[in-house]
Design a protein around this ligand. Structure first.
Ligand code: NAX
Length: 323
């Protein structure tokens, strides 16, 4: 057994938190030999629900859980954290558009970026899930002045998994046989699932552009809305699963496979420096994330990348006072 690590989760009493905590506690994320101390953050109105969640976690008697802290103080939640899941944020109400959501949630990530900077380990791995996750991540990173850009990521793994799921159905094969599809850009309906390196059953996929650029793209881009319509609630278990996949691969390596992570751009593929943008990456077994820089970007993909750059540049402009 390794020494326990400290894992902070914000919005821990929410829907995604309820699925995520059990996956982390059971070892799916950090490994079966890695004990965890769970440091759970909620806002004061969520504390009673959080107490109920903590009771249930205790009642699950997980051998890997070596401690649980429930708090509404970010300094306590992020203290000495090795890994942070930023899940909590204000949901979009009916009268809000995306720009309103960016403005409403931005201040949360100023405070949390500061608190991570002052309290977490300097090697902390942060995944941002709460929407708009790319720009929330940008704000948190900008307010964590002493931490390296590489500590901060946002989640596009759910979009990747949705794409892989659709490709598997189309090809009539288990999803495990679909490899190396990845996402460019923003976690929003502008994101682009790129199949240029994708293999199915170990071979180049051979699917036609008409389907890939039409029905496939539309299904993946609008999947979140389709789930809300069908379920009456937004994706929760699949989002938690994607967060586990993202952090698992960051912690233990992607085993040579290409996966999607939204990173603080260092200018890769012409994406302006500082935007939090999803790229194809490979992660080494010791957690070093490397952007795959030799993707042959065709005209269609180039146009999609440009659309995402424009959208994220607009979001950055809208929160410039928070950076
Ligand atoms: P819930 O509304 O069920 O839970 C959010 C929780 O966060 C609540 O318990 C709330 O009290 C808490 N919270 C709010 N502000 C907080 C703060 N400042 N500090 C700590 N906790 C705070 O939402 P849930 O379904 O769990 O979704 C959480 C976030 O994930 C949302 O922003 C949602 O839009 C986003 N999603 C992101 C996805 C992605 O792929 N990146 C997909 C799923 C999901 O839509």
């Amino acid at each position: 057994m390794n020494a326990p690590i400290r894992v902070a989760i914000t919005g821990a009493a929410g829907n995604i938190g309820y699925a995520l905590l059990w996956r982390i506690a059971s070892g799916d994320c950090f490994g079966a030999d890695q004990p965890v101390i769970l440091q759970l953050l909620e806002i004061p109105p969520g504390m009673e629900r959080l107490n109920g969640v903590i009771m249930e976690l205790q009642d699950s008697a997980f051998g890997l859980v070596h401690g649980i802290v429930g708090t509404s103080d970010p300094a306590v939640a992020f203290k000495d954290a090795d890994a942070v899941f930023l899940v909590g944020s204000r949901p979009r109400s009916k009268d809000m558009d995306r720009a309103d959501l960016v403005k409403a949630n931005g201040p949360i990530f100023v405070g949390q970026g500061n608190a991570i900077n002052d309290n977490a380990k300097k090697t902390v791995k942060v995944i941002t899930v709460g929407n708009p996750c790319n720009t929330n991540c940008l704000i948190a990173n900008a307010n964590a002045k002493d931490l390296d850009d590489s500590c901060f990521t946002a989640m596009t793994r759910l979009d990747q998994n949705r794409a892989a799921g659709q490709l598997a159905v189309k090809a009539g094969t288990p999803v495990v046989n679909v490899q190396d599809v990845f996402i460019w850009g923003n976690h929003a309906d502008t994101m682009y699932p790129d199949t240029s390196r994708c293999t199915i059953n170990g071979e180049a996929h051979g699917l036609d552009d008409e389907w890939l650029q039409g029905e496939f793209l539309k299904t993946v881009a609008t999947r979140g809305k389709a789930i809300i319509v069908a379920r009456g609630a937004s994706s929760a278990a699949s989002a938690a699963n994607a967060a586990v996949d993202h952090m698992h691969d960051w912690w233990s390596g992607s085993n040579g496979r290409i996966v999607s992570m939204a990173l603080v751009s260092q200018g890769w593929y012409g994406v302006p420096k500082g935007l939090v943008f999803s790229f194809p990456v490979i992660v080494s077994a010791d957690g070093v994330v490397t952007v795959v820089e030799d993707i042959d970007v065709g005209e269609f993909a180039r146009d999609k990348i440009a659309q995402n750059v424009a959208a994220l540049s607009g979001e950055r402009e809208a929160v410039s006072d928070l950076l």
